[in-house]
Design a protein around this ligand. Sequence first.
Ligand code: AMP
Ligand code: SF4
Length: 472
Amino acid sequence: MHEFSGLNEECGIFGIWGHPEASELTYIALHSLQHRGQEGAGIVASSGDYLFGARGMGLLTSALSKEQLASLKPFPHAIGHVRYATTGGSELSNVQPFLFKSHTGDLGLAQNGNLVNAMNVRRALEDDGAIFQTTSDSEVFAHLLRREKTGNRKSKIKKVLRQLKGAFAFVIMHEDSLTVALDKHGVRPLMLGQKDGAYCVASETCAFTAIGAEYIRDIEAGEVITITDDGIDFDHYTERTSPHMCSMEYIYFARADSEFRNTSTYRIRKELGRALATEMDVEADIVIGVPDSSLAAANGFSEATGIRQEQGLLKNRYVGRTFITPGQEARERAVRMKLSPVRDIVEGKRVIVIDDSIVRGTTSRFIVKALKQAGAEEVHMGVSSPPLKNPCYYGIDVSTHAEIIASRKNPEEIREEIGADSLTYLSVDRMHEVYYGFGSKGQCDACFTGNYPIDIEETILPQEKDLKQKGV
Ligand code: AMP
Ligand code: SF4
């Protein structure tokens, strides 16, 4: 029996309507979004009369062959997806965009995020005769849409969106339209751009930079945008919105050059590093950031304290994500392969290491040990986010309570476990100040605070429920 993969999918999506190089541009855009998903990739394109798709497993360059890309070339409209899933089915059938065929027309669908009520909706649909081909929660959307009998396409889509709960950014392709929708909490990022007059959408603006498109604006919580040959239509599927953009996108997930509300993630991370400096009172000779995601925070920390920033840790660019490697021993080996200290820089020095987050503690444990072995006199850890204590149910893989070190231990116990001379986390208040300074309209910070903006009752795993009941 297939386990339903409702958890832990974080992805990158892209779509473009009405461009002679739609599929090539989609390919380039997906390449720039590769950090959002490395497990599979695909493109669905429309000729205007029918849809055609190609997808495969692994990194984009191996997922799609030259021949597959060539077959998509004549199509002027395209959507694409890179997938990162860590639980449930890791097979081709789950790689998006999905392509559904029916006598009333084709449907291409790609999603970033997690529906929290997918399991219940799916069961109800199955009991009513629906047969699912994948274990992904996105398929639920297609079934619900197919069952809508009344109204035009847009009103049907809006009705379905109102039935979904959770974090979702959808790109939905019909032969003659591209529809884009963001959930009413706006948890996952979704951006609107334009290339040579053609509208495009992407999870991050780095995709626009990669294809030479202009970044127009962030798509709003609850917004539904329809793009056709006749132009663009802006609408909302609900007025009851409550923006809660994912904090982890700023802290770790998004690429440093990607912009949110015209501010780069780099600048936000730098400011988080500055804020940490006001809370970390440690004397040191150098500050080093864990490459790549923490270099900006280390830079801000260095500017604020006057402590010189050095590249004391190097990252091997040919090692993928260590975080999702199954098994603790394999994860430790992967971190060792990925990061290595520069002895010449750290030997005899009191070092402050800045990392953006500690989840299981594997990375910091290794870093402290490696820097000390390389001759560092003292190693102080600074974390440019608050203690990460809770799992995410909205599409970012931050594991279960049992694996999250800060849900079991206080900072002093964590310091002891990772072997650092001191450990300082950014406070929740300072993190909020940084976000509000950048004009944030509201952030999700549930993995730090436990304040889940969307009810998660339906998605809590049985073992998590046990912990919750025991008050853990
Ligand atoms: P850990 O080694 O388990 O403590 O994980 C922390 C490291 O993984 C940090 O260096 C983070 O930059 C990175 N990280 C944090 N959250 C995630 C995530 N959701 N997916 C992959 N890596 C992450
Ligand atoms: Fe992002 Fe954390 Fe909220 Fe998940 S729980 S959406 S990782 S801020």
